[in-house]
Design a protein around this ligand. Structure first.
Ligand SMILES: [Zn+2]
Ligand SMILES: [Zn+2]
Length: 942
């Protein structure tokens, strides 16, 4: 248990005042947005609450939640008054018990009996605090009614009883409706009406119980709001603004309806409730007492409450800053305390009440000002960084990047060698010395650091392992550098003219990569990163168009000259030559590379089609772009996706989904075996019936009226086919490896794995996103047929193009660098209840479906190209890894530098999280690549 100092006890006005309320009921409605109560929706669907807000005995506020607007950190903020770190987003999935000082702990220690019903995050955070509880799991988002009925069924019984002091209810239904159908869905109204009836029931029951002693209090709040798409996690206005209502007969009746509720912080609730319940304010709370709630008390009491709050805040400041005495908040507080003392003196002398009241008001104002300044300076510096652990991580990442970059020439050579020289005997002494030195540094840092450090708290064995990794990587880098010097000292047989054979594509790729990496340093560029990628792929299309024209029209006349130039090029290629030319000799020398010049491939209409391809792709990109508005600045603009998902356009959506599924089938089936073709068709049919079952789309013969189910049977039906197709593909791959069959079996196998993934994506994507999948397949088909094969790009260039398109499709899907756009409903397709592992896997797959599908397509393409040299897959894998690690490494360094930036939690940290997950996925993809490549090299040896 944490140790709490007796806060407030040391103060001159000693004891904590008695409670102001007898029973307190907190109704937390998940994702309750401010306009659901104060806006037109509230007037329409929450008549009782609106009446209480406008004419009853209540105070209403808009509470501002700090990002990340995810449930668990918000519950923490509400109950501790502190500001939880960003890591809580990740921990949100599996919350450990809360050890920090909090309201619930204080209430339990004071002997209050607490009852809780609702989201089981609370039960995990406060495992032994409730005398009675019933938790419902929060992650099953397709359930709108059961989660709330589980809470409400206890209500009648509990309200009749007298044996509790604090009742907490957490309703999840509204949040789930938001995730599945958005804030404007027709389901929101009935849910708000249900909540209104519950509030009415509780309020009436509380009023009927009131005796002469103390009034009761009903608090209604939301943990966070929801964005225009119904999600949350980011910092848009809809997500951070939640209503906060205090309803009690202790308050004065409102005479005039309020204009606009005042804005307070969500953290203020903890301090206010602590005062209201007669408890010490939590130690780490940065909140301010909401004064109107205690407004009915005498001036003396009000001042005392404010002093308690100010005392607690200044204590917190003292603990956190050495120079606390110079803080303006602290100075204000000391002044207010002094005038408070004078006021008490006057009060005790029995002075004129008029003067006393005015003076009291002045002191009140001083206190409020001091509290505000104290809170703001506290919220600024509560974030403490574990610099040592961050440095260790950064060093490892930079070393890996450096090693990758140093091996570029070798890895892109004909033989695609990539080995980490980890055991060079020459450096063994250096290795041990470095280990020793790092361990010494570790001991010094960990014994001298006063704050909590993650890396120091790890076990010794792990720490030594990390030290050894760092030194080994360092030695690897050194030996790689040494090797490069050795090579350069050798006389070069053929001096390479490097700059002359750089094409426009190479220049674009280099400039694009550099610009993208540099743009990561600015918060607006991160918020609107999709614009960067859209611009890059559009430019790429234009350059491809130019290349295509040159290839088709200009080269025809000077054909012989071209082929000789190729031959000349191929003569002067050495081991360390430019990556660009590597595949060309292989192609032109091999038996399969029948044609020396690519223009022979293209005849008649095909020629015009191939010239038109870049333009068609540009049109596709424009259409996709208008499908999902993403980013921050323009996210609220109407887009085609919103239009489709609104309930009156269901027939259009159904038509589009059906056509898209049909198109997917035609684009995917051509390279599959017959069995997979049938499985694919049945699977896609299953996708449509799943969407029809959960009410997203309709069958033409059925016009509404059918009840909505969870579609579990339909979804599992599709899963069977996904597994079947992937299994067939894997079987083919194994066959091609073990029995060393021809490479066509292998490419069919790969394609089948790919089409299985496409089917899975079709199932998990929302119906309005199915065109993204269609265009993805269409662009891949066209690019393969008309651009990559005829223009003979090398593996590195093709890999980078795939990577760029993958990134763009990540945003075409509607993703952004904010947490709010993660579609967690995908994690529940075909599941009856929340199961952690599949839910995480499915959500991650849906989010990264774009980049993943492009990466697998790259593998399919590279290994099916028989004319390529055998190292193509190895080149692709290496380039893919380099392309991913450059932005990640640079971004980690940038974020470390920008850790005190104002937007660190709202912009930079979510992006870091996205990058981290993406790195894991890239690692998996590269592993798959390497496995496929291994097969190839065995075959070559045979
Ligand atoms: Zn929530
Ligand atoms: Zn939610």
């Amino acid at each position: 248990m944490p140790c709490f100092c007796c806060l407030g006890m040391v103060s001159n006005w000693t004891k904590i005042p008695p409670p102001l309320f007898k029973k307190v009921v907190i109704v937390l409605i998940d994702a309750l947005r401010d306009d659901f109560v104060f806006g037109s929706k509230g007037k329409q669907f929450m008549p009782y609450t609106t009446q209480v807000v406008e004419k009853g005995t209540s105070y209403s506020f808009i509470a501002e939640a700090k990002p990340p607007t995810v449930t668990m950190p918000r519950i923490k903020a509400l109950m501790t008054g502190g500001i939880p770190g960003f890591i809580d987003v990740v921990v949100n999935l599996n919350s450990p018990a809360l050890l920090e000082d909090n309201l619930i702990w204080q209430a339990k220690t004071a002997g209050k009996r607490i009852i809780f019903y609702g989201d089981d995050t609370w039960v995990k955070l406060f495992p032994k605090h409730f005398v009675e509880y019933d938790g419902t799991t929060s992650f099953f988002v397709s359930d709108f009614t059961e989660v709330d009925d589980n809470v409400t069924r206890h209500l009648d019984r509990v309200l009749k009883r007298e044996d509790w002091d604090l009742l907490i209810l957490h309703y999840l239904g509204l949040d789930h409706i938001g995730h599945m159908t958005g804030p404007n869905s027709p389901l929101v109204g009935p849910k708000l009406r249900e909540m209104d009836n519950i509030l009415k029931k509780i309020h009436i029951s509380l009023l009927s119980k009131e005796e002469t002693s103390l009034p009761n209090l009903l608090v209604v709040c939301g943990d966070h709001g929801m964005s225009e798409t119904g999600s949350h996690g980011g910092s848009s206005e809809g997500e951070v603004h939640t209503p906060l209502l205090f309803i009690s007969s202790a308050f004065e009746k409102r005479s005039a309806p309020l204009a606009q509720p005042e804005l307070v912080q969500q953290t203020d609730l903890a301090s206010t409730l602590a005062i209201g319940l007669g408890l010490p304010i939590s130690r780490n709370s940065v909140g301010n007492l909401i004064l109107p709630v205690v407004g009915g008390k005498t001036m003396r009491e009000q001042l005392r409450f404010l002093h308690l709050n100010g005392f607690q805040l200044s204590r917190l400041l003292q603990e956190n800053t050495p120079a606390y005495e110079k803080d303006p908040g602290y100075e204000h507080f000391k002044i207010a305390e002094k005038s408070h003392g004078n006021w008490i003196k006057l009060y005790l002398e029995g002075n004129n009440s008029e003067i006393l009241l005015n003076l009291g008001k002045k002191v009140l104002k001083q206190y409020l000002e001091a509290l505000k300044t104290l809170s703001s300076s506290l919220s600024k510096q509560v974030a403490q960084y574990d610099m040592y652990s961050m440095m260790v991580g950064t060093v490892i990442i930079m070393e890996v990047l450096l090693l990758l970059l140093l091996s570029v020439p070798k890895a892109l050579s004909k033989r695609a060698e990539f080995e980490v020289p980890l055991s060079p005997p020459l450096f063994s002494l250096l290795f041990y010395l470095m280990c020793l030195m790092l361990c010494a540094v570790h001991v010094i840092v960990c014994t001298s650091a006063e704050s909590l450090c993650y890396f120091c708290s790890m076990s010794w064995l792990t720490a030594v392992g990390v030290m050894m990794l760092i030194s080994a990587l360092m030695c690897g880098i050194l030996s790689a550098i040494a090797k490069i010097f050795e090579n350069s000292r050798l006389p070069l047989k053929n001096p390479i003219v490097s700059s002359s054979n750089w094409s426009e594509i190479d220049a674009l790729i280099l400039a694009g990569t550099l610009c993208h990496v540099l743009s990561l340093g600015a918060s607006s560029f991160i918020e609107e990163e999709h614009q960067t990628w859209y611009f890059l792929i559009n430019t790429l299309c234009l350059v491809l168009c130019q290349e295509q024209c040159r290839n088709n029209f200009l080269l025809k006349e000077c054909d012989p000259q071209h082929s000789t130039s190729v031959r000349q090029n191929s003569d002067c290629i050495g081991e360390t030559s430019e990556s660009k030319n590597i595949d060309i000799p292989a192609a032109s020398n091999s038996k399969l590379g029948r044609a020396t010049s690519s223009s022979e491939f293209i005849k008649g209409s095909d020629k015009w089609l191939s010239v038109a391809t870049p333009w068609i792709i540009l049109i596709c990109c424009r259409l996709l772009r208008s499908l999902n508005q993403t980013g921050v600045q323009w996210a609220h603009r109407p887009d085609f996706g919103h239009w489709l998902t609104s309930s009156e356009h269901k027939p259009e959506l159904s038509f589009l989904a059906a056509v898209s599924l049909l198109m997917i089938f035609f684009l995917v089936q051509r390279r599959c075996s017959l069995v997979s073709k049938i499985a694919m068709a049945l699977g896609l049919l299953g996708v449509y019936s799943y969407r029809a079952a959960i009410g997203n789309v309709i069958f033409p013969w059925q016009h509404g009226g059918k009840d909505i189910s969870k579609g579990i049977t339909e979804a599992r039906f599709v899963y069977v086919f996904v597994l079947g197709i992937v299994f067939t593909g894997t079987k083919d791959l194994l066959k091609s490896q073990v029995i060393s069959a021809d490479s066509s079996t292998k490419s069919t196998g790969l394609w089948e794995v790919y089409s299985g993934l496409v089917l899975l994506a079709a199932l998990l994507f929302r119906p309005h996103n199915l065109p993204v999948l269609v265009f993805c397949l269409l662009i891949q088909t066209m690019m393969t047929k008309y651009i990559w094969i005829p223009l003979k790009f090398d593996a590195a260039q093709i890999t980078i193009m795939h990577y760029w398109f993958g990134q763009a499709f990540f945003y075409f899907q509607g993703n952004s660098n904010g947490i709010a756009t993660v579609d967690i409903s995908a994690g529940f397709v075909g599941l009856d209840s929340y199961v952690e592992l599949p839910a995480i896997f499915l959500t991650a797959f849906t989010t990264y479906a774009g980049p993943l599908l492009w990466a697998i397509h790259l593998l399919c393409y590279l290994s099916s190209e028989v004319s390529r040299n055998s190292a193509a897959v190895g080149h692709g894998c290496f380039c893919y890894a380099v392309m991913r690690s450059i932005p990640v490494a640079v971004y980690v360094v940038l974020v470390t530098g920008l850790r005190y930036h104002l937007f660190i939690w709202s912009v930079f940290s979510p992006k870091l999280l996205y990058e981290g997950v993406h790195v894991f996925i890239t690692a998996a993809v590269c592993l798959f690549f390497t496995a496929m490549d291994q097969n190839h090299s065995y075959k070559v040896q045979d």
